[in-house]
Write a protein that binds this ligand. Structure first.
Ligand SMILES: Cc1cc2nc3c(=O)[nH]c(=O)nc-3n(C[C@H](O)[C@H](O)[C@H](O)COP(=O)(O)O)c2cc1C
Length: 314
């Protein structure tokens, strides 16, 4: 998620779940090919399993970026066909690509031909007037033929004009049934559902019919939702840390980043929701948000803020 799932955020989330696949922010092909590559692609080895999400619509550019992503060590390359922002539309990529399935297929084929890791697509169930189930199936069929077998479906359509990106995440109604139907009609393909999932119980229910669940906003605002994922979804009970232990494990990372000149608030902005629902959570949030931007702030702030929250019984 743009501006949210940067490498600091992902490092933090990975402390909470060892198995959930993490996705980068959307990175445009232009940024990678003509910008500061390291800035957009570098990540900490602990972040695996990790997918690089690309934004673009030029097959050759996407193939080059996918290759760089593979060389950098990403586990999956994902193409964004779901973002409806004006900026993205003017670059002719994101959700507007749903109107041109053959172009998406060409992009997928070019990427698949250049790399060995998985290439996946994240898309909507429709855009504008192109929102029938048949048109959606035509999109899936064309893209699958080019070699994509995993589709991450944001289960609502997008309006390309008239709604802001935020409204496009809230106003068009969710249709989980459409995604279930896609799976029934294309059992050989993998479908990962996205949109409005706010609990692991909901995720488990979806997994009875589908291959995966992607959680966006809830995982950012309430990252502790991921704490049970390893146990409940992936069947791994080895790493059970409480929230205070998560904070303890983050400290060496923050110290390393501070020594390299990263301002502390670039990291702390992502951890505000950690104690959501616990007594003292408001004090934690307030201390971190009020103090992080002050010059000379160091890890002591995080340690002192965590001490305001009552430790949960094990
Ligand atoms: C701040 C923000 C940035 C986002 N950036 C991206 C992005 O870069 N790529 C993408 O595929 N989706 C992006 N999304 C959409 C989410 O991935 C997700 O599809 C959407 O929020 C619905 O899922 P949710 O209800 O679990 O949040 C973004 C959402 C938010 C709130």
């Amino acid at each position: 998620m743009l501006d949210w799932t940067d490498r600091h955020c992902r490092y933090f989330l990975r402390l909470i779940s060892k198995h959930a696949v993490l996705y980068t922010e959307m990175v445009t092909t232009g940024a990678i090919l003509h910008g500061n590559r390291e800035r957009f692609l570098d990540f900490d080895p602990s972040e695996h399993p990790l997918a690089l999400q690309l934004g673009g619509s030029e097959p050759d550019d996407l193939a080059q970026c996918a290759k760089l992503g593979e060389v950098w060590g990403y586990d999956e390359i994902n193409l964004n066909v779901g973002c409806p922002s004006d900026r993205v539309q003017s670059g002719r990529f994101g959700a507007c690509l749903m109107i041109t399935p053959q172009l998406v297929a060409d992009c997928i084929k070019a990427m698949r031909d250049s790399i060995d890791i998985d290439v996946t697509v994240k898309h909507r169930i429709g855009v504008d007037e192109r929102d029938s189930y048949d048109e959606l199936c035509e999109f899936i069929g064309t893209v699958a033929e080019a070699g994509c077998s995993t589709f991450i479906v944001h289960a609502r359509k997008a309006w390309l004009q008239g709604l802001s990106p935020k409204e496009n995440r809230e106003i068009p109604p969710l249709s989980y049934e459409t995604v279930h139907r896609l799976k029934q009609d294309h059992p050989q393909l993998e479908f990962i559902i996205n949109g409005g999932i706010t609990s692991l119980n909901q995720a488990k229910e979806q997994l009875q019919q589908l291959d995966g669940v992607m959680i966006g906003r809830e995982a950012y605002h309430n990252p502790w939702i991921l704490s049970d994922a390893d146990r409940l979804i992936f069947g791994d009970t080895r790493f059970l840390l409480d929230r205070h232990q998560i904070v303890d494990s983050l400290i060496p990372y923050v110290e390393k980043e501070l020594s390299q000149g990263t301002p502390i608030n670039r990291i702390t902005r992502h951890i505000l929701g950690l104690f959501q629902g616990r007594p003292g959570a408001r004090k934690w949030r307030r201390m971190i948000s009020e103090e992080s931007h002050k010059a000379g702030t160091d890890c002591q702030l995080i340690i002192q803020a965590a001490a305001q929250v009552i430790r949960e019984p094990v």
